[in-house]
Design a protein around this ligand. Structure first.
Ligand code: PGA
Length: 300
């Protein structure tokens, strides 16, 4: 554990030293909390692995997936399948274990009304769903969802006792011009702006660092890049909530996670699990990602 702490301290110091030009204004914030980061206790959070099926699978493949997945030992990894809306009721009927969560990929933050094509959280709860992805880059970029709407979605999901997976991440140009941390900072600041006490239990809110350049591209962030960004996200949670709270919140990495890169990413102490797209479509690959995550986190 001491070695691990030293590594984290080193990582934070290195991050501070490498602050890019665009980062200067928020550097003081990092310095205020850097000592706290170095004493985060790792390995106490239950790993979390989520499948994001996006617009894939039909009823037959969804059924066999959930049946097969339930035959496997998920080894204390909290597992979520975020399926297309039309498959969710059917999957809820196939689900035998309450610890296997079902998630939606989208919802509209109103109770009911004239919102053609949308689904409310009440409808999702009625279908047996208790988790929802918010802020995915495909929703932000392809469907024009802005930070303010995402903030409303996040607070509405919490108010309705859903577990939100709130995603943040920079695009390639932002990574290249050194504004990664600024983008994450802004997305988190606005995204969290409508959450007020009483805060949800820390195990009922999950964050995901998803660099857009790594999503669906086959290009994964290096384990160090992912660790650095995930640690940065947790630092912001210290500011919003508290040190003790942020220490308990799971922060995931997402972007071209597969069987081959899971272990190196999961070995990083800040990364609590994954949001998996392509590699979650086949049950054996997804199960391998769960197994590897469990094995790594047992050792942290
Ligand atoms: P990918 O998708 O694993 O296919 O890159 C990840 C995501 O979009 O959450």
């Amino acid at each position: 554990m001491n070695d691990l702490r030293k590594q984290i301290e080193q990582l934070v110091l290195q991050t501070l030293q490498e602050l890019r030009p665009g980062m200067q204004e928020i550097a003081p914030l990092m310095q205020v909390s850097q000592l706290q980061t170095s004493s985060f206790t790792y390995g106490k959070r239950v790993p979390f692995v989520a499948a994001n099926w996006k617009m894939n699978q039909l009823s037959a493949s969804a059924k066999s997936f959930i049946i097969e997945l339930q035959k496997l030992d998920r080894k204390n990894v909290q597992t979520v399948i975020c399926a297309p809306h039309i498959l969710l009721s059917q999957m809820a009927a196939e689900r035998q274990y309450a610890d296997l969560l079902l998630g939606a990929q989208n919802f509209y933050p109103e109770t009911a009304g004239a919102f053609t094509g949308e689904h409310s959280l009440q409808m999702l709860a009625d279908a047996g769903v208790n988790t929802v992805i918010i802020g995915h880059s495909e929703r932000r970029n392809l469907f024009g969802e802005q930070d303010e709407l995402l903030a409303k979605k996040l607070s509405t999901a919490i108010a309705n006792n859903f577990l939100p997976i709130f995603c943040v991440g920079e695009n390639l140009a932002e990574r290249k011009n050194g504004s990664t941390f600024r983008v994450l900072y802004n997305q988190l600041t606005t995204g969290l702006s409508q959450i007020r006490p009483p805060f949800p239990d820390p195990d009922k809110i999950v964050f995901a660092y998803e660099p857009i350049w790594a999503i669906g591209t086959g290009v994964t962030a290096t384990a160090d890049q992912a660790e650095e960004a995930v640690a940065f996200v947790r630092e912001r949670l210290v500011e919003k909530f508290s040190y003790a709270y942020a220490e308990k919140v799971r922060v995931l990495y997402g972007g071209s996670v597969n069987e081959k890169n899971t272990t190196s990413l999961a070995a990083k102490p800040s990364i609590d699990g994954f949001l998996v797209g392509n590699a979650s479509l086949g049950v054996s690959t997804f199960a391998s990602i769960i197994d590897q995550t469990a094995a790594c986190k047992r050792m942290v």
